[in-house]
Each structure stands twice: as C-alpha cells, then as structure tokens.
Design a protein around this ligand. Structure first.
Ligand code: ADP
Length: 324
C-alpha cells in the first residue's frame, strides 16, 4: 500500500490549484500517508526539488490564486532520460504515487512515467480554458469566467457612454469555451470562436442590425484562438468593410489567470483532490478525478485525449438569439 506520495502543478497555472494542493496534502495525511510537494512541475522532479508538506504548510492558501508549488513546462521530461531522473528522485524517497494537477499534456507525461517506472499517477484537471475531455469543468475556469465577465461589464459602461463598439479578447488557447460563456454571461452582441467559422461580412451585418434596432453600443467577444485573427485584426477588418470606425480593443490576457478562486473552483478543487488521493489509496493509476453531471468520477487519461471537451455548439445559437 502506498505510504508516500507527491503532488505537483504543471502546464499553465489556474486559480484553484492551491485549493487542490491543500486538498491532496490534507487528505493524504488523513489517510496516514506522507506527502511531498514538487516545485515547478516535472522540472522539479528532475532537479530534485521536493519539500515534505504537513497540514500547516497548506494553511491560508485556499483563497490564493496561482500555485504555491509554481508551475512550469519541461522539455527534458519529453524524453526517457529526463523521466528516468524524475523517477529516481521519487523512488529514492520511496514515493510511488503522484498527483499531477494540469492539462492533457501533463497526463501524457504522467502516463509515460507510470509505463516506464511504475509510479502510479492520478490527475486533476487544472486550466482556465475548460478544454479537457472527460470532465464537465476544470479547476480555474469559473474564476476566469467571472473575471472576464466583470471586465465585459465594465467595458459595457464605457461603450454605452460613447456609443462605441468594443472588441474584447478572451483567453482559451484553441478553445472558444471560455469566450462563449463570457459572451453569454456578459450579454455580448457577437461571440467569435474557433469552433465555428467567422465571417466578417456576417459580423458587420449583425452590428448593423443591432444598431437598427436601437442599440448604440456593441460588445464583440473574440476568443484568442479564433481563425479570423486576434481582436485587433478583426476590429481592423470590420472598419475596412463598414462604416463602423469608432471602436476599441481590449485584451483581457493574463488578468484572467490570477485572482482569488471563486467558491465554485475551491469546492471543485477540494472534491477532486480528495478523490485523487482516494484513487491512489485504492491502487489506481492513469486516471483523472473528474466532474461528470455533478458527480466526481475517475476517467482514464486516454479520455482526456480522445473525448471531445465541453464546447456545445448550441451555445452559439443561445448567444445569437439573446443578442437581438
Ligand atoms: P498542459 O498540461 O496544461 O496541457 P503542456 O502541454 O505544456 O500543458 O504539458 C505540460 C508538461 O507535460 C510539458 O512541459 C512536458 O514536461 C509534459 N508533457 C507534455 N506532453 C508530454 C508527452 N507527450 N510526453 C511526456 N511528457 C509530456
């Protein structure tokens, strides 16, 4: 039975990762295990940067954004020699279980670590993008959504005052999920996402229709991965093809990654953290603690690569209908 485990955060940081670390540390101790925190993701395993954690070392972090363990991307872990050094760091301390908080790239690394060195790995989904297959929600998404909506609300005030169009760029790598939900919650006149084709002519027609129905300002939410370009490029194309020239562009950017996690993200991280440790106690590996229809379940890592993430094209219609 596993006696010693470690926890790390990897890939892009997300608010709520600290709540996840806290949950893993405290539930491991509760189960009679020792637990180490690994600094800077897989790089910390290679560099032997581990600290033993106790209940007090995670005091006062449930409300803090970022990750106290720091996160990193690690090229060396992509090759077997790097993973061998990482495994040695763990095995020298008799650690045979690892909780990884991150995205699908992180799980690919974890799967290789298990396959090559037998270190059992359990994942927790952490990213603001909510683009990991097999879970309804990821840790950090709700906080980022609320940050984006607050920004849109503020921009609406100034857009209204000056009868302007605002183009607001929302993060999400290749996924439009965060942008779509931000647009629905912020009452945007249009939402442009990579999952659906963007046609500047159609967008211009929509902005005209909104104006003709009496709207004096408009908000266009642009997902950072939209295939028609970033918010500035799309704004420029709209001005070239229309009479709309009084426009402003705001990129919310990394503001979406920071901040105190919402209650939802803290609760999600806490539930998934307890489930991840229980999975290790049961002897499981290569599974992610996930939310499925309100229930916490374990999904194979392969689902995170093979199952499509939560983007629902019906939301495009909802955003369109409600923007009229
Ligand atoms: P995320 O986990 O958010 O998807 P990345 O894709 O950047 O973020 O992956 C995080 C880290 O996981 C990488 O820096 C690398 O160390 C490791 N990793 C990613 N893909 C693989 C892979 N195919 N094999 C081994 N390790 C990987």
């Amino acid at each position: 039975m596993t006696k010693n485990i470690a926890v790390l955060t990897s890939g892009g940081d997300a608010p709520g990762m600290n709540a996840g670390i806290r949950a893993v540390v405290r539930s491991a101790i509760h189960s009679g295990m020792k637990v180490w925190g690994v600094e800077r993701g897989y790089q910390g395993l290679i560099d032997n940067r581990l600290v033993e954690m106790d209940g007090r070392s995670v005091s006062g972090i449930i409300n803090r954004g970022g990750t106290i363990l720091h996160s990193a991307r690690c090229e060396a872990f992509l090759v077997p020699a790097g993973r061998e050094r990482a495994a040695k760091t763990l095995l020298d301390r008799d650690i045979d279980g690892l909780v990884v908080i991150g995205g699908d790239g992180t799980y690919r690394g974890a799967a290789a670590l298990y396959e090559e060195h037998g270190i059992r790995c359990v994942g927790m989904p952490g990213t603001i993008d909510n683009d990991i297959g097999g879970t309804d929600f990821t840790i950090g998404y709700d906080t980022a959504l609320n940050t984006a909506v607050e920004a849109i609300d503020r921009l609406r005030d100034t857009a209204d005052s000056h009868d302007r169009i605002f183009f607001v760029e929302v993060m999400g790598r290749h996924s439009g999920y965060l942008a779509m939900m931000s647009g629905i919650a912020g009452g945007a006149e249009a939402v442009l996402v990579p999952e659906t084709p963007t046609d500047i002519g159609v967008l211009v027609d929509r902005l005209r229709a909104c104006r003709d129905r009496g709207k004096t300002s408009s908000i266009v939410v642009v997902a950072e991965g939209d295939e028609a370009g970033n918010a500035s490029e799309i704004a420029a194309k709209v001005s070239e093809q229309s009479e709309f020239t009084d426009q402003r562009v705001t990129v919310i950017g990394h503001l979406q990654r920071g901040g105190s996690p919402t209650a939802w993200d803290r609760i999600l991280a806490s539930r998934l953290g307890v489930a991840a440790v229980e999975a290790l106690v049961e002897g499981q590996s290569n599974v992610m603690a996930a939310l499925n229809g309100g229930e916490v379940i374990l999904r194979p890592f392969s689902d995170t690569w093979e199952v499509k993430s939560a983007f629902d094209p019906r939301c495009v219609r909802i955003a369109d209908v409600l923007a009229t």
